[in-house]
Structure formats: C-alpha cells, structure tokens
Design a protein around this ligand. Sequence first.
Ligand code: PLP
Length: 265
Amino acid sequence: KSAGDPLKGVAFAVSVAGSDPSAGAGLQVDLKTMTACGVWGMTVVAALTAQNANHVTSTASVEPEFIGQQIAALEEDFPIGCYKTGMLKNAETVRAVARSLPEDRELVIDPVLLATREYRLLDEGGERELVESLIPRASVVTPNLPEAKVLSGIDIVDAASMEEAASWFLDLGAKSVVIKGGHADFRKATDVFADKNGTVLLHGNVYPLEDVHGSGCCFASAIASHIALGYPVREACAEAKLFVDGAIRYAVEYAPGRFTMNPGW
Ligand code: PLP
C-alpha cells in the first residue's frame, strides 16, 4: 500500500499549489495542516503570489518542466500516500502537473479559481484544462459553491441542485466529490459528499466570521493527510471537516478585521 509505511511510522502527503507569503493559505497553510494532522507534509511549488492579509497584488508562474522535476525528485525517495493540488495559475501549469503525477497516486483536487479577495488564481484556459486532464483523475475534488457553479455550469440554488452538481463531477470521472456549503445561503456550512455509493452530508458549525482566509486549502490538505494516514476517502473527508471546524473556530486575526485559518488549534 502506498499510504506511507506504518511500520516506519511516517505518512507522506504532498501539496502541489501556490505560495502565499502571508502563510494563511496555499502551500504554507497546507504544510501547517499536514503537520497538525500528524503527516510529513511536502511541497511542490507550482505558482507564486504576492499577498498579505488584505489583498493579492500579483501572481507568477513556475516553469512547467521545473514542476515536473520537483515531483520526480520526491517520487525517487518517498512512498507518497496522497497528493493535493491547489492554485495552479494557468493551463500550462495544470498540464505539467497532470503529466508529472504518477497515475496510481491518491489525488485531492481543490479547484482554486478565485481568491476571496477577488483575484483570479486560475485563468480560463486553466479551468478547461483542469476539467479535462486533472479532475477526471481525482480521488476527491473539493469545489466551493462558486467554483462548482463555474465549472459545471449548474446554477446551484438549493440542496437538489447541489446534488446535481455533485453528479456532474462524478460523471467527469472523479471518484468522489465534496461540494462545500460555506458560501450557501441555504443549509449553510453543510457540505455534500458524493461517490458511487451515494451521498452523505457533512455538517459544520456556523461561525460569525464571514471570510476566513485559507479554509479551502486547509480542508483539502486535511483530507490528503487522512488519506495518507490510510483512512478511506469518505472518512478522510469527515475527519477533515472536523479539523477545519476547529481551525475556523480558533481563527487568527492576523491583521485588523482579517482572519485566517489556525491549523495549530
Ligand atoms: N492564495 C493562494 C496561494 C491559494 O492557494 C489560495 C487558495 O485557495 C488562496 C490564496 C485563496 O484563499 P482564500 O480564498 O481562502 O482567501
């Protein structure tokens, strides 16, 4: 089994995502989350951002071949239990990741499109490439409502259309999907998990904070951590939901009025 080697006591998970220098989201919060979940987290830098607690000021891409080299270097040494992807910036980056990831690895895809601070983190070509070459390989894909709407074209307005969108991701080839309900004005903070066995609701507490930076990154990397630890995907998602609930509850106000996830809770 590839989920680390329990005999050695170390499970390995890799985030392939963008850097957030403020460490509230992206690779940095992924690594904190993996550490908190008891996993040896590793990072493949696939994109860069300049941002602080208030806004993203710019982004940059990483040479596609260099993304492949980072993955190849890790593959040489570590029994990687799960990969997680986050911000991938453009189609070239998505293609490089799809090309470089070994076929048989567990893969959590967080389809990051837009920062809460209204900055595009994946261009339109990248959206198409994500749908064509990466989502069909996902063990689980974790769109929030706006991402699920953009990718599926389904107008999600209630619980039934949320399930319809979940089916759209399964029809694409993803083995399972979690549509996150954090942005919903119905059944708020309830996520829909779906796989070929059916649908399960993942309930969370509603907290009075509107915008907690990095929540999606933290959720996806907590799922990847639990898969690397050997949990079945559905249980990994349920555990990750509990973990994220705590990281929101104890969110850090890292600038006045600006909150970010606290995986160290
Ligand atoms: N910056 C990077 C590098 C990210 O990967 C993400 C992840 O979604 C974000 C920003 C967006 O964070 P949020 O929308 O939670 O503010």
